[in-house]
Design a binder for this molecule. Structure first.
Ligand SMILES: [Ca+2]
Length: 393
């Protein structure tokens, strides 16, 4: 590319930029625009859309979440990283478990398993919604609802769940299970409360975190002492760019240790190696991070509040411990969210996924380098304008 071409390119870009300035100033000066910046969430207003095959998308300028319509499984990545080229994470809910906590740690270990059901054995409905205040979208949501046994048996090609045998799908057929995920415009301060008061406080970040209310009912407890768990499988290595295979890892944030793992490790070849997560003392929100292993920066997270609430038949409520164990099983990191017996009641628990907005991968932009600072400046102006346009909407 010679210098003439570069100048021409620059001029064209400048012209385009000035056009954009015109358009934006025209928008900003439109009469009656007095609203005091309603769209001031950190990622802009959340959006949602649905493809014809049912795949559902919720996003902001920071996070993009793609939800599978056949199974509670979501992929998430930075919106600036086109389709998760450099970093793409996944969380799936793959099994319901009943276990007898003979070790007494509150957490699930394979040796304590009584019954389980693969969630791919059931029908799933995925619905979506938008909450607006005036013209401002303050929340978009998606909701998975478990149905009856899937016609034709377990979904073909469904991911393995690391449990022994094929499970007891019929035994859990009557269980009600709903996973209702919310992406908010601005941060939400929330608490876990029961009939005795506030048991935990937490904040859901606006624009970058998808909070999931898990509600389980009609659980077929086989004894009055057994516990329930839901198995989540986390994957850190779903980036679409070839060069980024194995670039990421998990890291727990625990009281006396931070354990690093990857999805292709298998610490559970013989079963029973689930580690009980050591909760941090100074917070109710516990966390496993998705780390960029090269830069050692935490980019994404799976979090949960360490309290859940049981609503008993009749309406009384009790907060109980939500106790987590984890083990890499070769196809992902298995994370078990375990709850004490809630026979004849329903249980609600709030895990979440999300991204740290400042940890977006720097995109490779070789295209811009030979063109020099002028173009970078134009691109920067365009970025500022785009941002202002989002804010002004
Ligand atoms: Ca246990």
């Amino acid at each position: 590319m010679n210098s003439k071409t570069v100048s021409l390119a620059l001029l064209t870009l400048m012209a385009l930029a000035s056009l954009m300035i015109d358009v934006v100033s025209a928008q900003n000066s439109s009469p009656g625009q007095q609203n005091p910046d309603p769209g001031s969430g950190p990622g802009g207003q959340p959006q949602q859309r649905r493809d014809q095959d049912g795949t559902t998308w919720v996003s902001t300028d920071i996070i993009t979440v793609m939800a599978n319509s056949q199974l509670p499984m979501v992929y998430f990545w930075f919106t600036t990283d086109n389709n998760g080229t450099q970093a793409k994470f996944r969380v799936s809910y793959l099994a319901l478990v009943e276990f007898e906590d003979s070790s007494g740690d509150g957490a699930y270990q394979t040796s304590e398993l009584l019954y389980f059901a693969p969630l791919a054995a059931y029908e799933w409905t995925l619905t979506t919604g938008t909450v607006k205040v005036g013209d401002t979208t303050t929340e978009v949501w998606l909701k998975y609802t478990k149905g009856g046994l899937r016609v034709g048996g377990q979904m073909l090609g469904s991911p393995p769940n690391g449990m022994p045998g094929s499970g007891s799908a019929e035994r859990f057929e009557g269980v009600t299970l709903q996973i209702w995920a919310h992406l908010y415009l601005s941060s939400q301060i929330s608490s876990v409360t029961d009939d005795h008061g506030v048991k935990a406080n937490y904040t859901v970040a606006g624009g970058s975190e998808l909070k999931m209310d898990i509600e389980i009912g009609n659980f077929p407890f086989s004894s009055s002492t057994s516990s329930a768990a839901i198995q989540a499988i986390l994957r850190e290595n779903d980036a679409t760019g070839d060069h980024n295979l194995y670039r990421h890892r998990f890291q727990t944030q625990e009281r006396t240790r931070n354990v690093s793992m990857t999805s292709d490790m298998n610490w559970n070849q013989y079963g029973g190696n689930e580690s009980s997560f050591e909760n941090l003392n100074d917070t109710s929100v516990q966390c496993i991070n998705f780390m960029d292993d090269v830069s050692d920066i935490a980019q994404g997270f799976f979090k949960w509040v360490d309290k859940a609430v049981i609503t008993w038949l009749g309406g009384a409520t009790d907060a109980v411990n939500a106790t987590v164990s984890y083990v890499p099983i070769g196809t992902g990191l298995a994370v078990y969210l375990a709850y004490p017996n809630f026979d004849n009641g329903t249980l609600v628990h709030d895990p979440s996924i999300g991204l740290y907005p400042d940890a977006a991968p720097l995109s490779n932009q070789p295209f811009y380098i030979p063109l020099g600072i002028g173009v970078v400046a134009v691109v920067a102006i365009a970025a500022v304008l785009l941002r202002r346009r989002h804010v002004g909407k």
